[in-house]
Design a protein around this ligand. Structure first.
Ligand SMILES: Nc1ncnc2c1ncn2[C@@H]1O[C@H](COP(=O)(O)OP(=O)(O)OP(=O)(O)O)[C@@H](O)[C@H]1O
Ligand SMILES: [Mg+2]
Length: 318
Protein backbone atom coordinates (compact mmCIF):
# COMPACT_ATOMS: atom_id res chain seq x y z
CA UNK A 1 0.00 0.00 0.00
CA UNK A 2 2.92 2.29 -0.66
CA UNK A 3 0.71 4.38 -2.95
CA UNK A 4 -1.57 5.43 -0.14
CA UNK A 5 -1.44 9.14 0.28
CA UNK A 6 -0.85 10.71 3.70
CA UNK A 7 -3.92 12.65 4.64
CA UNK A 8 -4.70 15.45 6.96
CA UNK A 9 -5.63 14.58 10.52
CA UNK A 10 -9.22 15.13 11.58
CA UNK A 11 -12.29 14.97 9.42
CA UNK A 12 -14.88 12.27 9.64
CA UNK A 13 -13.91 8.63 9.27
CA UNK A 14 -15.91 8.44 6.09
CA UNK A 15 -13.98 11.39 4.76
CA UNK A 16 -10.65 9.81 5.72
CA UNK A 17 -11.57 6.49 4.15
CA UNK A 18 -12.55 8.23 0.96
CA UNK A 19 -9.28 10.16 0.96
CA UNK A 20 -7.13 7.05 1.20
CA UNK A 21 -8.49 5.57 -1.99
CA UNK A 22 -10.38 7.26 -4.75
CA UNK A 23 -12.68 4.26 -4.66
CA UNK A 24 -14.95 5.27 -7.46
CA UNK A 25 -12.01 5.96 -9.75
CA UNK A 26 -10.30 2.72 -8.75
CA UNK A 27 -13.29 0.61 -9.58
CA UNK A 28 -14.62 2.33 -12.64
CA UNK A 29 -12.27 0.07 -14.60
CA UNK A 30 -13.45 -3.07 -12.85
CA UNK A 31 -16.47 -3.49 -15.01
CA UNK A 32 -19.33 -4.54 -12.74
CA UNK A 33 -22.18 -2.14 -12.37
CA UNK A 34 -21.49 -2.33 -8.66
CA UNK A 35 -22.08 0.72 -6.55
CA UNK A 36 -19.08 0.98 -4.25
CA UNK A 37 -19.26 3.07 -1.13
CA UNK A 38 -16.43 3.79 1.27
CA UNK A 39 -17.65 3.07 4.78
CA UNK A 40 -16.09 4.10 8.10
CA UNK A 41 -13.19 2.12 9.45
CA UNK A 42 -12.85 0.22 12.70
CA UNK A 43 -10.12 1.00 15.20
CA UNK A 44 -8.20 -1.41 17.40
CA UNK A 45 -9.01 -1.63 21.06
CA UNK A 46 -6.22 -3.88 22.27
CA UNK A 47 -2.49 -4.22 21.70
CA UNK A 48 -2.48 -7.82 22.84
CA UNK A 49 -2.39 -10.57 20.27
CA UNK A 50 -5.50 -12.71 20.36
CA UNK A 51 -5.31 -16.17 21.89
CA UNK A 52 -4.78 -19.10 19.57
CA UNK A 53 -8.03 -20.21 18.04
CA UNK A 54 -8.72 -23.94 18.07
CA UNK A 55 -8.00 -25.34 14.63
CA UNK A 56 -10.02 -28.49 15.09
CA UNK A 57 -13.72 -28.94 15.57
CA UNK A 58 -15.49 -31.71 17.36
CA UNK A 59 -16.55 -34.42 14.97
CA UNK A 60 -20.08 -34.00 13.73
CA UNK A 61 -21.86 -37.01 12.31
CA UNK A 62 -21.94 -36.93 8.53
CA UNK A 63 -25.31 -36.09 7.09
CA UNK A 64 -27.15 -38.84 5.31
CA UNK A 65 -30.48 -38.76 3.55
CA UNK A 66 -31.93 -40.85 6.39
CA UNK A 67 -30.66 -38.53 9.11
CA UNK A 68 -33.39 -37.36 11.45
CA UNK A 69 -34.28 -33.72 11.47
CA UNK A 70 -31.93 -32.03 13.92
CA UNK A 71 -33.50 -30.49 17.00
CA UNK A 72 -31.50 -28.59 19.58
CA UNK A 73 -32.38 -29.69 23.07
CA UNK A 74 -29.90 -27.43 24.83
CA UNK A 75 -30.43 -23.85 25.98
CA UNK A 76 -28.78 -20.79 24.44
CA UNK A 77 -25.00 -20.87 23.91
CA UNK A 78 -23.14 -18.81 26.48
CA UNK A 79 -20.73 -16.44 24.75
CA UNK A 80 -17.42 -16.04 26.54
CA UNK A 81 -17.15 -12.28 27.26
CA UNK A 82 -13.51 -12.60 28.35
CA UNK A 83 -12.65 -14.20 25.04
CA UNK A 84 -14.36 -11.30 23.25
CA UNK A 85 -12.32 -8.79 25.25
CA UNK A 86 -9.00 -10.58 24.71
CA UNK A 87 -9.59 -10.57 20.96
CA UNK A 88 -10.39 -6.86 20.97
CA UNK A 89 -14.01 -7.56 19.99
CA UNK A 90 -17.02 -5.61 21.20
CA UNK A 91 -18.22 -6.76 24.60
CA UNK A 92 -21.97 -6.35 25.15
CA UNK A 93 -22.72 -4.17 28.12
CA UNK A 94 -19.19 -2.69 28.28
CA UNK A 95 -18.83 1.10 28.21
CA UNK A 96 -19.08 2.46 24.67
CA UNK A 97 -15.59 2.99 23.29
CA UNK A 98 -14.09 4.03 19.98
CA UNK A 99 -14.57 0.60 18.44
CA UNK A 100 -18.26 0.52 19.36
CA UNK A 101 -18.70 3.97 17.82
CA UNK A 102 -16.92 2.90 14.65
CA UNK A 103 -19.17 -0.11 14.25
CA UNK A 104 -22.23 2.01 14.92
CA UNK A 105 -21.25 4.03 11.86
CA UNK A 106 -20.58 0.92 9.80
CA UNK A 107 -23.89 -0.58 10.88
CA UNK A 108 -25.84 2.60 10.10
CA UNK A 109 -24.39 2.62 6.60
CA UNK A 110 -25.38 -1.02 6.07
CA UNK A 111 -28.89 -0.47 7.40
CA UNK A 112 -29.35 2.56 5.19
CA UNK A 113 -28.17 0.63 2.15
CA UNK A 114 -30.44 -2.26 3.10
CA UNK A 115 -33.39 0.11 2.98
CA UNK A 116 -32.46 1.20 -0.55
CA UNK A 117 -31.81 -2.36 -1.72
CA UNK A 118 -35.18 -3.48 -0.37
CA UNK A 119 -37.01 -1.61 -3.12
CA UNK A 120 -35.43 -3.75 -5.82
CA UNK A 121 -34.41 -6.93 -4.03
CA UNK A 122 -36.97 -7.41 -1.28
CA UNK A 123 -35.91 -9.84 1.43
CA UNK A 124 -32.46 -10.17 0.02
CA UNK A 125 -31.78 -6.69 1.40
CA UNK A 126 -31.50 -8.35 4.82
CA UNK A 127 -28.38 -10.29 3.85
CA UNK A 128 -24.77 -9.10 4.05
CA UNK A 129 -21.61 -10.88 2.95
CA UNK A 130 -18.46 -9.86 4.84
CA UNK A 131 -15.56 -10.53 2.49
CA UNK A 132 -12.01 -9.47 1.67
CA UNK A 133 -9.50 -10.20 -1.04
CA UNK A 134 -7.06 -12.30 0.97
CA UNK A 135 -6.84 -14.28 4.22
CA UNK A 136 -6.20 -12.50 7.49
CA UNK A 137 -7.62 -9.12 6.51
CA UNK A 138 -10.23 -9.06 9.26
CA UNK A 139 -13.39 -10.64 7.79
CA UNK A 140 -14.24 -12.67 10.87
CA UNK A 141 -13.24 -9.84 13.19
CA UNK A 142 -15.56 -7.45 11.32
CA UNK A 143 -18.38 -10.03 10.99
CA UNK A 144 -18.36 -10.65 14.71
CA UNK A 145 -18.24 -6.96 15.61
CA UNK A 146 -20.94 -6.10 13.11
CA UNK A 147 -23.15 -8.89 14.44
CA UNK A 148 -22.56 -7.81 18.05
CA UNK A 149 -23.29 -4.21 17.15
CA UNK A 150 -26.44 -5.03 15.19
CA UNK A 151 -27.68 -7.27 18.00
CA UNK A 152 -27.87 -4.16 20.17
CA UNK A 153 -30.39 -2.55 17.80
CA UNK A 154 -33.97 -2.48 18.98
CA UNK A 155 -35.56 -3.57 15.76
CA UNK A 156 -33.21 -6.20 14.43
CA UNK A 157 -32.15 -9.73 15.18
CA UNK A 158 -28.89 -10.99 13.78
CA UNK A 159 -27.94 -14.37 12.45
CA UNK A 160 -24.22 -14.74 11.84
CA UNK A 161 -23.50 -17.57 9.42
CA UNK A 162 -20.03 -19.09 9.29
CA UNK A 163 -19.66 -19.49 5.54
CA UNK A 164 -15.89 -19.99 5.60
CA UNK A 165 -16.13 -23.74 5.16
CA UNK A 166 -12.40 -24.26 4.77
CA UNK A 167 -11.53 -22.41 7.95
CA UNK A 168 -14.60 -22.02 10.14
CA UNK A 169 -13.87 -20.17 13.36
CA UNK A 170 -16.89 -18.04 14.29
CA UNK A 171 -18.01 -20.48 16.98
CA UNK A 172 -14.52 -20.94 18.47
CA UNK A 173 -13.99 -17.19 18.68
CA UNK A 174 -17.10 -16.89 20.79
CA UNK A 175 -16.12 -19.83 22.98
CA UNK A 176 -18.83 -22.08 21.54
CA UNK A 177 -18.70 -25.58 20.11
CA UNK A 178 -19.17 -26.34 16.46
CA UNK A 179 -22.23 -28.31 15.45
CA UNK A 180 -24.47 -29.06 12.52
CA UNK A 181 -24.76 -26.09 10.22
CA UNK A 182 -25.10 -24.74 6.71
CA UNK A 183 -23.21 -27.56 5.00
CA UNK A 184 -25.33 -30.22 6.71
CA UNK A 185 -28.55 -28.50 5.67
CA UNK A 186 -27.24 -28.10 2.13
CA UNK A 187 -26.28 -31.76 1.91
CA UNK A 188 -29.39 -33.22 3.51
CA UNK A 189 -32.85 -31.86 2.69
CA UNK A 190 -34.22 -33.68 5.76
CA UNK A 191 -32.30 -31.30 8.01
CA UNK A 192 -34.26 -28.26 9.09
CA UNK A 193 -31.79 -25.38 8.82
CA UNK A 194 -33.58 -23.47 11.55
CA UNK A 195 -32.85 -26.34 13.91
CA UNK A 196 -29.12 -25.83 13.25
CA UNK A 197 -29.30 -22.20 14.42
CA UNK A 198 -27.58 -21.70 17.77
CA UNK A 199 -29.30 -19.13 19.95
CA UNK A 200 -27.02 -17.30 22.36
CA UNK A 201 -27.26 -15.55 25.69
CA UNK A 202 -26.81 -12.25 23.84
CA UNK A 203 -30.36 -11.28 23.06
CA UNK A 204 -31.00 -10.96 19.34
CA UNK A 205 -27.78 -12.75 18.32
CA UNK A 206 -27.85 -16.25 16.90
CA UNK A 207 -25.30 -18.24 14.93
CA UNK A 208 -25.26 -20.81 12.17
CA UNK A 209 -22.12 -22.98 12.20
CA UNK A 210 -20.43 -23.95 8.94
CA UNK A 211 -21.34 -27.58 9.51
CA UNK A 212 -19.74 -30.79 8.37
CA UNK A 213 -17.11 -30.54 5.66
CA UNK A 214 -17.07 -32.81 2.65
CA UNK A 215 -15.30 -32.72 -0.68
CA UNK A 216 -18.54 -31.44 -2.23
CA UNK A 217 -18.74 -28.15 -0.30
CA UNK A 218 -18.23 -25.91 -3.31
CA UNK A 219 -20.78 -27.80 -5.42
CA UNK A 220 -23.28 -27.82 -2.56
CA UNK A 221 -23.02 -24.07 -2.19
CA UNK A 222 -23.43 -23.58 -5.92
CA UNK A 223 -26.63 -25.64 -5.94
CA UNK A 224 -30.13 -24.18 -6.14
CA UNK A 225 -30.70 -25.28 -2.54
CA UNK A 226 -28.54 -22.42 -1.23
CA UNK A 227 -31.06 -19.84 -2.27
CA UNK A 228 -33.91 -21.93 -0.81
CA UNK A 229 -32.14 -22.18 2.55
CA UNK A 230 -31.32 -18.48 2.68
CA UNK A 231 -34.96 -17.69 1.98
CA UNK A 232 -36.01 -20.07 4.78
CA UNK A 233 -33.68 -18.25 7.18
CA UNK A 234 -35.18 -14.91 6.19
CA UNK A 235 -38.78 -16.17 6.32
CA UNK A 236 -38.25 -17.60 9.81
CA UNK A 237 -37.95 -14.10 11.24
CA UNK A 238 -38.84 -10.89 9.41
CA UNK A 239 -36.62 -8.87 11.79
CA UNK A 240 -33.61 -11.03 11.04
CA UNK A 241 -30.48 -9.73 9.33
CA UNK A 242 -28.25 -12.51 8.04
CA UNK A 243 -24.49 -11.87 7.98
CA UNK A 244 -22.19 -14.32 6.19
CA UNK A 245 -18.54 -14.55 7.25
CA UNK A 246 -16.95 -15.40 3.91
CA UNK A 247 -13.72 -17.01 2.82
CA UNK A 248 -11.32 -14.69 0.96
CA UNK A 249 -12.53 -13.82 -2.54
CA UNK A 250 -9.20 -14.48 -4.26
CA UNK A 251 -8.53 -17.75 -2.45
CA UNK A 252 -11.79 -19.63 -2.91
CA UNK A 253 -14.82 -19.63 -5.20
CA UNK A 254 -17.53 -19.72 -2.46
CA UNK A 255 -17.18 -15.96 -1.91
CA UNK A 256 -18.22 -15.22 -5.49
CA UNK A 257 -21.09 -17.72 -5.22
CA UNK A 258 -22.34 -16.20 -1.98
CA UNK A 259 -22.16 -12.68 -3.43
CA UNK A 260 -24.92 -13.70 -5.85
CA UNK A 261 -27.25 -14.38 -2.94
CA UNK A 262 -26.81 -11.25 -0.82
CA UNK A 263 -28.14 -7.71 -0.86
CA UNK A 264 -24.78 -6.17 -0.07
CA UNK A 265 -21.13 -7.00 0.41
CA UNK A 266 -19.02 -5.46 3.14
CA UNK A 267 -15.53 -5.58 1.70
CA UNK A 268 -12.83 -5.45 4.35
CA UNK A 269 -9.65 -3.75 3.22
CA UNK A 270 -6.65 -4.08 5.48
CA UNK A 271 -4.98 -0.80 4.70
CA UNK A 272 -1.46 -1.89 5.60
CA UNK A 273 -1.83 -5.16 3.70
CA UNK A 274 -4.39 -5.29 0.86
CA UNK A 275 -2.97 -4.22 -2.48
CA UNK A 276 -5.14 -2.15 -4.76
CA UNK A 277 -4.73 -4.76 -7.50
CA UNK A 278 -6.05 -7.50 -5.23
CA UNK A 279 -8.92 -5.29 -4.15
CA UNK A 280 -9.87 -4.61 -7.76
CA UNK A 281 -9.69 -8.31 -8.65
CA UNK A 282 -11.76 -9.27 -5.61
CA UNK A 283 -14.45 -6.70 -6.38
CA UNK A 284 -14.56 -8.03 -9.94
CA UNK A 285 -15.17 -11.57 -8.64
CA UNK A 286 -18.00 -10.36 -6.41
CA UNK A 287 -19.83 -8.73 -9.30
CA UNK A 288 -22.87 -10.90 -8.53
CA UNK A 289 -23.75 -8.30 -5.89
CA UNK A 290 -24.37 -4.73 -6.92
CA UNK A 291 -23.85 -3.03 -3.55
CA UNK A 292 -20.32 -3.17 -2.20
CA UNK A 293 -19.33 -1.26 0.93
CA UNK A 294 -15.67 -0.82 1.68
CA UNK A 295 -14.44 -0.86 5.24
CA UNK A 296 -10.85 -0.03 6.06
CA UNK A 297 -9.38 -2.25 8.71
CA UNK A 298 -5.85 -1.04 9.15
CA UNK A 299 -4.53 -2.55 12.32
CA UNK A 300 -1.03 -3.94 12.62
CA UNK A 301 -0.15 -6.17 15.54
CA UNK A 302 3.58 -6.08 14.86
CA UNK A 303 5.23 -4.85 18.07
CA UNK A 304 6.30 -1.29 17.39
CA UNK A 305 4.76 -1.55 13.92
CA UNK A 306 2.70 1.14 12.30
CA UNK A 307 -0.78 1.31 13.67
CA UNK A 308 -3.85 2.67 12.04
CA UNK A 309 -4.10 5.54 14.54
CA UNK A 310 -0.64 6.94 13.99
CA UNK A 311 -0.90 6.64 10.22
CA UNK A 312 -4.13 8.54 10.12
CA UNK A 313 -2.96 11.23 12.50
CA UNK A 314 -5.00 9.98 15.45
CA UNK A 315 -3.83 9.42 19.01
CA UNK A 316 -2.44 5.97 19.72
CA UNK A 317 -4.96 4.04 21.81
CA UNK A 318 -3.88 4.16 25.46
N1 LIG B 1 -9.26 -4.10 13.68
C1 LIG B 1 -8.76 -5.14 14.37
N2 LIG B 1 -8.49 -5.00 15.69
C2 LIG B 1 -8.00 -6.02 16.39
N3 LIG B 1 -7.72 -7.23 15.87
C3 LIG B 1 -7.94 -7.43 14.58
C4 LIG B 1 -8.49 -6.40 13.76
N4 LIG B 1 -8.63 -6.89 12.51
C5 LIG B 1 -8.18 -8.17 12.54
N5 LIG B 1 -7.76 -8.48 13.79
C6 LIG B 1 -7.17 -9.77 14.19
O1 LIG B 1 -6.36 -10.19 13.08
C7 LIG B 1 -6.45 -11.58 12.90
C8 LIG B 1 -6.99 -11.89 11.50
O2 LIG B 1 -8.33 -11.42 11.45
P1 LIG B 1 -9.51 -12.35 10.96
O3 LIG B 1 -9.36 -13.74 11.45
O4 LIG B 1 -10.77 -11.63 11.28
O5 LIG B 1 -9.21 -12.32 9.41
P2 LIG B 1 -9.97 -13.12 8.29
O6 LIG B 1 -10.00 -12.21 7.10
O7 LIG B 1 -11.27 -13.65 8.80
O8 LIG B 1 -8.96 -14.32 8.02
P3 LIG B 1 -9.28 -15.69 7.24
O9 LIG B 1 -9.37 -15.33 5.77
O10 LIG B 1 -8.08 -16.52 7.54
O11 LIG B 1 -10.58 -16.22 7.77
C9 LIG B 1 -7.35 -12.12 14.01
O12 LIG B 1 -6.53 -12.53 15.07
C10 LIG B 1 -8.17 -10.89 14.40
O13 LIG B 1 -8.61 -10.95 15.73
MG1 LIG C 1 -12.08 -15.51 8.88
Amino acid sequence: MSEMRPIRPGGSLLERAAAVYDFQAEFRAVGPAAKITPAPLPLPVANTAPPPIAETRPAVPAASPEAPIARRATGPGVIDRNLLAVQGLLVPGAPVGVLAEEFRLVKRQLLLTARTVKATQGDRSRTVLVCSANPNEGKTYCSLNLALSLAAERDTEVLLVDADFAKPDVMARLGLKEGQGLLDALANPAIDIEACVVHTDIPQLSLLPAGTKSNQDTELLASARTSVLIQQLLDANPRRIVIFDSPPALAASPAATLAQHVGQVMMVVRADQTSEGDLRDAVGLLAGCTEIQLVLNAVSYAPGGRRFGSYYGLEEPK
